[in-house]
Design a protein around this ligand. Structure first.
Ligand code: PMP
Length: 321
């Protein structure tokens, strides 16, 4: 019934205790989450290592999943250990070596009032091979479009949570950037400073310093971002977490997106479309090509996630046979 055209190597998914063939689907269209986005999710990656597939920072992702469930006032009927085991099983069941993993907790079928009083909280886990999120060419640098609408503010939503419904803003932003011919979007926050991408954090580089922002700038404090701050410091860079203005961004030596799906992708041009009363302005970042710092971080990140740098093996959960 459902073709897996866009989910390479996905054979089975896990739903409420059982594996189903990818082509099977049986959720009722009145389920609560479909109407109101009353779901929370994670985006996780596993990488191929010398000791078989390993999930990158699985405990941190599962903590965030459960935190998100709490923000949505779900009574989650699974423990962190059960979710961890289910994720490992799903990777094994699909015989995946490296993959993207998507656990989803959602208010399911029961009632359609805004308060899901008769809807159980259910869990589904998916895994498939998801290569380059922004396409194969993105490694050469992407053009980012600052969209006019501002990121939801940290006083409106808990920025540490990944709440399904809030992602409708990211979907609109992503469509808007592509409609204009650019690779990806960037949100400003309500204060007019850089917030984040629709599903990515933003870093800028000036000299030997890496700058990124955090929750108080209305950005998710992503797990990739946190890892890069540590890897960057280990490489001898100074790291600063705080506000990034548009002027900082446009004048940076380098800039890049980071996140689980996108990994680390250089931003080589920024198109500022945030002022709807004036034409957009174009700003080349640095030389307009991926810079040495981004290249060094990409290499170090890659070695970390694939278990080739023993310092970061602490971040890997081996899936086992
Ligand atoms: N910001 C947003 C809005 C995101 O959805 C993501 C992806 N989870 C990120 C940043 C990056 O977070 P992470 O590195 O944990 O994937």
């Amino acid at each position: 019934m459902f073709l897996n055209t866009n989910f390479p190597k996905a054979k089975k998914y896990w739903y409420e205790g059982k594996f189903y063939d990818w082509s099977e689907g049986g959720c009722h269209p009145t389920m609560h989450a479909l109407h109101y986005g009353s779901c929370v999710f994670e985006g996780i990656r596993a990488y191929s290592t010398a000791k078989g597939p390993a999930v990158f920072r699985l405990p941190e992702h599962n903590d965030r999943l459960l935190l998100s469930g709490g923000v949505l006032k779900m009574k989650v009927p699974y423990t962190k250990e059960q979710i961890t085991e289910t994720i490992k099983q799903t990777i094994r069941e699909n015989r995946l070596d490296s993959c993207y993993i998507r656990p989803l907790l959602f208010f399911s079928y029961g009632n359609l009032g805004l308060v899901p009083k008769a809807c159980p909280v259910e869990l589904a886990v998916f895994a498939w091979e998801w290569a380059a999120y922004l396409g194969e060419n993105a490694a050469k640098g992407v053009h980012a479009y600052i969209i006019p609408s501002r990121r939801v503010h940290h006083t409106q939503f808990n920025m540490a949570a990944k709440l399904g419904g809030v992602y409708v803003q990211s979907t609109i932003a992503g469509l808007e950037a592509r409609e204009k011919g650019y690779d990806e979007a960037i949100f400003l926050n309500m204060e007019g400073r850089i917030a984040e991408g629709p599903g990515q954090n933003v870093f800028i580089v000036k000299g030997r310093t890496l700058f990124t922002n955090g929750r108080l700038e209305s950005a998710l404090e992503g797990i990739t971002r946190t890892s890069l701050l540590e890897i960057g410091a280990d490489l001898g860079y100074k790291t600063v977490v705080g506000p990034i203005t548009k002027a900082d961004f446009f004048g940076a030596d380098e800039a890049f997106y980071c996140g689980t799906a996108v990994e680390v992708i250089p931003i080589t041009e920024v198109i500022d479309g945030s002022d709807t009363t004036a034409p957009p302005t174009t700003h080349t970042i640095g030389t307009g090509r991926p810079g040495p710092v981004a290249r060094q971080l990409i290499k170090a990140f890659n070695e970390a996630v694939t278990g080739r740098d023993p310092r970061y093996e602490k971040w890997l959960t081996y899936v086992g046979k």
